[in-house]
Each structure stands twice: as structure tokens, then as C-alpha cells.
Ligand binder design. Structure first.
Ligand code: ADP
Length: 465
């Protein structure tokens, strides 16, 4: 009969169901208060009746917003895991198909499966791939995405208030989503998952260390403080790579050094064990130490986290990690003063080369950082940040490229003098840093601070402009 046929069809294996999802909130670290919001979503499943009886509308969709790798997928799984419900997932980029109708029919199938196996969580990764505001989509793919998006809207509406199927979607671009998607009853709840802070990073490292043979004295703080700006996915990877290091060396415990090495690798790629002459080591050490010493003078930059002259495959000669790196890349803008400070730091290698080797023996080791300084100086002038002080009115709208370059040059010269001044005041510190770098190849924040306290005179200069 018809009923039997339907039941047979239902027994067809669900395509979008992820089996064996066994994630709990304790597997997701560094959440802070966000956890409370997610616990509430779990309650929509476990105490759904209570909400319904009191006339509380259960949201149809929850939007997890945040950069890649912060644990959005993991969290969605943890909600399903804690609630003990099925987890269905699809990546929105799978919806975006060349053939008209395929995307829409996948959405339909996904929700049909989720409903037949309710209660369930439907997780849509990269929602912005399909949910972009309709006007924003150009070209022939647009029509197809419209059909898919419409189907998604219909599917979301089908569950309004029932709480048997809750959709969780992730996106890094909530701002470009089609307004229809975020209307009440659809994705009407947004939860922002930021990159983890220092404490968050410690917690995440520890979660991933749980099942690993860690040495008892592992200094998670040291690892966390040199991974500023990194997300959970990267931190998880660091623990994995550290474990591989340990096994490769035939040891039985993962040490702090394994983790620090792995963090370096995550950030800068494979260690390149090439040999260098003593002179080259020393020159690279001067280059990196100069940046660290100058940076240590400035408010936003003084957080020098790590210095190394160990070469990495295809990368810079050495490397100084500053807190500033993440400030810069996270928020994408600098204040006027920190931009000047940044330019000064980028000129430090050139200044050090002049101080330690003299005008006659200059190398080109500083070429790249000097380029950074020049382009930052142009940004400075172009942004109108130098106007007040140099009397060039409206230079940021000036179309005469010469004005721009003349102004930028002034900035570069001024910062260069400042870098030289700082380095001259800190010759002892420089020499101690260079010696220790050449010997050890890498210095931690603790090493750096110790030498600064011994030899440094790091009074911030009064801003010279
Ligand atoms: P997203 O969905 O935000 O891109 P994922 O959830 O896919 O990030 O994260 C990838 C992996 O990184 C996870 O499976 C987990 O191993 C690790 N991870 C990310 N964030 C965290 C976190 N907050 N706590 C623990 N592990 C995390």
C-alpha cells in the first residue's frame, strides 16, 4: 500500500546526516559568556514544551558569525551533542550549482531528512555563499542562487516556532546576507564568535592537550602568548604538530619547546636547516634585534613576543613577532601614532645596518622592511595624517604624485632618525640580544624581557611630531 511504500522510502539512508557526532561543550574552549547563549539553544530542544506552553517562540535559525577556524562548526555539533539530537550538515557552496534547480532540490532534501529524523540540528556552513543579498549577485549564477535561496526561506518558515529542527548557519559576512534571511522567524538570532584572547588560547590548547601525553611542566602561557591572533583550528594544529615532533624524536612527552616549535611552523612554515656563516647569522640577528628594540619603545608595539633568526623555507631571514601584528590584521586600521611607530620599526634594520656596519658596508638585508616603511609612509600622507604638521593642505586629495612622495620622504626621514636614536641609546641591549640570538637562534618573550631589564633604556621618546 501507499503507506508501506512511503515507509520504505523513509528507510533510505539520509544523505546529509553526520553519524557519530559526539561533541560536547567541554570540547569547545574559550567561549566565555557565549556558552550561555548556546546552552539556551540546547534547552529549546530539551525543554521545548516549556517554552511552547509559555508562548515563547523558538527561533528557527541561529547565525554563528566569525572568522574561519574559531569553532563555529564545532559549536553547532556541540549543540546537537548536548541536546542528544541528530546533526545534519551541508556547506552552502554545495548549493551553488551550475544546473538550475539542483541547489533548491538539495535544500529540500536536506530539510526533509532533518524533519524525518527530528529532533535535529541543520548546520549550513558558509551561508553567505548562497544567502548574499539578491541584488549583489551578478552573472548567470544569480538566477540559480535565487531559486536556492527561495527554497531555503521556504524551508526555514516550515518550522517556525516548532523547535524540532533548528538551523544553525555560519558566516564570516553577516553584513552581506539577504535581508529576507534575517527576518524574524528565520535567522533572527546572531551570535558572534571572536578570535580567542590570551586566556581563551590557553584553554583551547589545554582542551587539545587533554588526550595527549603532555609533560607536566608545559608552559601553556608561553605558547598562548606567542600565538596572538591565531584561532582554534590553528591552535589544535599546533598540538598535533608538537605530538608529531615528539614521536619523530623518539620521546614520550610533549614539551613546551615542541609546542613553541609547532607554533612557529604554523605561522612561518617548515624549518629550513640550511647553514649560514657566522657573519650571516650575526647580520640577521642585528636586523631582527633592531626591530624588537625599537618596537619595545612604543606603546602599541612594545609587546615583543618572540624573536628568531632560524630560517624557514622560502620566508624572511628572521622574524619578530609583536602583538601589533594581530592588532593590524584583526582590525585593519592603525591610529596616527601607531602608524608612525610602525614605520619607525620597519626602518630599524636599515638604521642598525648603518650603525653596526657603517655607510660603506651597507647590505640590502633591510630592503623589504624599508619597502614596508615607504608604503606605510605613503598611506600616512595619502590619508591626510601629515597635514597639520607639514602645512600641505589637503594632501590626501592632491593628485600630484610628487607632493605625495615628497611628503612621504619627510616622514620616512623623520622616523629613520628616530630609529637611529633609539638604537644608539640601546647599544648594550642590542649587543646582548644579538649574542644570545646567534647562540640560541630563537628568544622567547621571557628571554627578551630579561635582557631588556638588564641592559635596556627604553624610555619612550616624546613624540617628535
Ligand atoms: P569554523 O567552523 O569556525 O571555521 P571549526 O569548528 O571548523 O571552525 O574548527 C576547526 C577545528 O579547530 C575544530 O574541529 C577544533 O579541533 C578546533 N577548534 C576551533 N575552535 C575551537 C575552540 N574554541 N575550542 C577547541 N577547539 C577548537
Amino acid at each position: 500500500s501507499g503507506a508501506r511504500v512511503r515507509r520504505a522510502q523513509n528507510r533510505k539512508l539520509p544523505q546529509y546526516l553526520e553519524r557519530g557526532v559526539d561533541v560536547k561543550f567541554e570540547d569547545v574552549a574559550g567561549l566565555g559568556k557565549i556558552r550561555l547563549e548556546l546552552e539556551e539553544i540546547v534547552k529549546f530542544f530539551t525543554h521545548g514544551e516549556m517554552y511552547r506552553r509559555r508562548g515563547v517562540k523558538i527561533p528557527g535559525g541561529i547565525l554563528l558569525c566569525g572568522p574561519p577556524g574559531v569553532g563555529k562548526t564545532l559549536l553547532a555539533k556541540a549543540v546537537a551533542g548536548e541536546a542528544g539530537v541528530n546533526f545534519f550538515s551541508i556547506s552552502a557552496s554545495q548549493f551553488v550549482e551550475i544546473y538550475v534547480g539542483v541547489g533548491a532540490s538539495r535544500v529540500r532534501a536536506l530539510y526533509q531528512e532533518a524533519r524525518e529524523n527530528a529532533p535535529s540540528v541543520v548546520f549550513i556552513d558558509e551561508l553567505d555563499a548562497v544567502g548574499r543579498e539578491r541584488g549583489l549577485i551578478k552573472g548567470s549564477g544569480g538566477q540559480e542562487r535565487d531559486a536556492t535561496l527561495n527554497q531555503l526561506l521556504v524551508s526555514l518558515d516550515g518550522f517556525e516556532g516548532r523547535g524540532e529542527v533548528i538551523t544553525i548557519a555560519s558566516t564570516n559576512r553577516p553584513d552581506i546576507l539577504d535581508p529576507a534571511l534575517v527576518r524574524p522567524g528565520r535567522f533572527d538570532r546572531k551570535i558572534f564568535i571572536p578570535k580567542p584572547g590570551l586566556i581563551g588560547r590557553i584553554e583551547i590548547l589545554k582542551v587539545h592537550a587533554r588526550k595527549k601525553p603532555m609533560a607536566e611542566d608545559v608552559d601553556y602561557m608561553a605558547v598562548a602568548s606567542m600565538t596572538d591572533g591565531m584561532v582554534g583550528a590553528e591552535l589544535a594544529n599546533i598540538v598535533e604538530v608538537a605530538a608529531i615532533n615528539m614521536i619523530r624524536d623518539g620521546r614520550t612527552e610533549i614539551t613546551t619547546d615542541d609546542l613553541l616549535q609547532a607554533a612557529q611552523m604554523e605561522e612561518r612554515g617548515m624549518l629550513d636547516r640550511k647553514e649560514r656563516s657566522f657573519e650571516t647569522w650575526k647580520q640577521v640577528a642585528i636586523n631582527e634585534a633592531a626591530m624588537a628594540v625599537v618596537a619595545a619603545n612604543f606603546q602599541d608595539l612594545k609587546n615583543v613576543e618572540f624573536l628568531t633568526i632560524a630560517p624557514r623555507a622560502g620566508r624572511e631571514l628572521g622574524y619578530v613577532r609583536m602583538k601589533m601584528d594581530s592588532v593590524k590584521f584583526n582590525d585593519g586600521f592603525l591610529t596616527r601614532q601607531s602608524l608612525l611607530d610602525h614605520i619607525t620599526v620597519q626602518l630599524a634594520p636599515r638604521a642598525a645596518d648603518e650603525i653596526w656596519f657603517g655607510e660603506d658596508q651597507l647590505s640590502t638585508i633591510w630592503a623589504e622592511t624599508a619597502d614596508n616603511a615607504r608604503s606605510a609612509a605613503r598611506t600616512f600622507v595619502l590619508g591626510g595624517l601629515s597635514d597639520k604638521h607639514h602645512g600641505v593642505s589637503n594632501s590626501w586629495v592632491a593628485d600630484r604624485i610628487n607632493d605625495l612622495d615628497t611628503e612621504a620622504l619627510k616622514i620616512v626621514n623623520m622616523c629613520y632618525e628616530r630609529a637611529k636614536e633609539i638604537l644608539n641609546q640601546n647599544r648594550k641591549l642590542m649587543e646582548a640580544l644579538v649574542d644570545e640570538l646567534v647562540e640560541k637562534k630563537s628568544l622567547t618573550k621571557q628571554d627578551f624581557v630579561r635582557l631588556v631589564e638588564l641592559y635596556g633604556c627604553l624610555k619612550p621618546l616624546p613624540p617628535s611630531i
